[in-house]
Write a protein that binds this ligand. Sequence first.
Ligand SMILES: Nc1ncnc2c1ncn2[C@@H]1O[C@H](COP(=O)(O)OP(=O)(O)OP(=O)(O)O)[C@@H](O)[C@H]1O
Ligand SMILES: [Mg+2]
Length: 501
Amino acid sequence: MTPLLEARGVVKRFPGVVALSGVSFDLRAGELHALCGENGAGKSTLIKVLSGVHPAGSYEGELLVGGRPASFASVRAAERAGVAAICQELALVPEMSVAENLFLGDEPRRGPLIDYPSMRSAAKALLGRFSLSIDPDLPVRELGTGVKQLLEILKALRKESKVLILDEPTAALTASEAGRLMDILRDLRQRGMGLVYISHRLEEVFALADRVTVLRDGASVATLTAAEAGPETVIRHMVGRALTELFPRRAAHPGRPRLEFRSLSVAPAPGRPPFLKDVSLSVRAGEVVGLGGLMGAGRTELLMHLFGAWGVRVGGEVLLDGAPLPPGAPPERLAKGLALVSEDRRRFGLFLDQAVGFNLSLSSLSRLSGRALLDLAAEAEDNAAQFGSLRVKAPGLSARVGGLSGGNQQKVVLGRVLMTGPGVVLLDEPTRGVDVGAKVEIYEVINRLSADGKAVLLVSSELPELIGMSDRILMMREGRLTGEFGRGASQEDLLTAAMGK
Ligand SMILES: Nc1ncnc2c1ncn2[C@@H]1O[C@H](COP(=O)(O)OP(=O)(O)OP(=O)(O)O)[C@@H](O)[C@H]1O
Ligand SMILES: [Mg+2]
């Protein structure tokens, strides 16, 4: 059978980096083909070649669509040939409404004017297919990361493409949203569409994929039939070694409480009713407390409030190392030894045009500055230490962060926080988009933090991670805590508490 889409011997270079060094790949009709590989292996680069983001002429090698040579000058050209992609970096316009984003570039028209009523009802119908009850008139900037991701997918589906390429589509989704997406993908495959799927969640890959191609260091090292291969084989090809243990959490010996909430209630703005309601919890020295829940449960808001970046406190109190912590701003929080790794690395995390080193030391400047001047030698030394211990894959500390792969950007965010030497660490989805090898490294970092007597509050939507890494788990729903679990809780227990059944 002629493949829908094929790449032969693709070589893609960036200044100082060979991102792809002779990759071959083919996609059949009615197939879901997963791309696996460590952070920086070249997955996103390959799909950018396949979808015209990197135009013909900027790489070597051949593309074929339906067996015929193709060269895409742009994303539009690829879309006209039936190839649509959803990239890791979202492409929605925050100021425009949901409906306007869905139909951006080919709005229904009546004469020269955009036909808003029919655009709105078409948007409603499309949203209905995903059972999403979102107001089509809402500006996209008011939506959460997960819902934005679903909109991107709807945008591509609307174009009736033959090939749909998804780069980590579920990274920002909760378990139930991801499940819904997987059902839709199965349905599209049934109808003969070809799907390319990138995910670091191997359980998803194996629940969906017909074939798996593994990339390592820019080369395609194996194409396997999912049913025959199994996760261990894929991991071995990815990392070039066997991984012994996925969740290396060691027994905790919790000490004094470092962080305490007492009946905390927080409103989004002055005069509004509280969104976080009567939250009481404590995290001890050496303890990892997991915080679970569905999207919108209030986990991120809780962390952001604690960090001084969200909401107005309307009741209760927060204690840090036994002393009351009044409301305050992020720089003050950092100075008190409280650090946050944010889930949205683009908004709160990184300066993409700046170097890796700049981004790493950004939060530690006051510590590194001594009396007046920045101690450049100390900065360079700390930066090099973080760079090495997190194994950031980049040409060097002076490389631009925007040129790093998604997972390596996440490592830079984590490194910056660790450099501040915090006593209480708030982690919001710290392993989102990070490969299995690097995940285990991040888990080891969490273990080291707790062994050093730090208190860790871990928000994660991946239940196996929550269960594997937490000493205790608290579940949230609609701004309240709805359950507490010790080690050995099951995924079913947690989901029940998350959904309030
Ligand atoms: N625009 C760019 N400029 C410079 N280098 C780049 C650019 N895009 C990618 N690279 C480099 O190419 C290599 C492959 O990156 P790519 O984004 O394809 O990895 P990936 O497999 O998608 O990783 P991840 O799982 O972390 O998303 C990396 O070394 C990266 O730094
Ligand atoms: Mg990528």
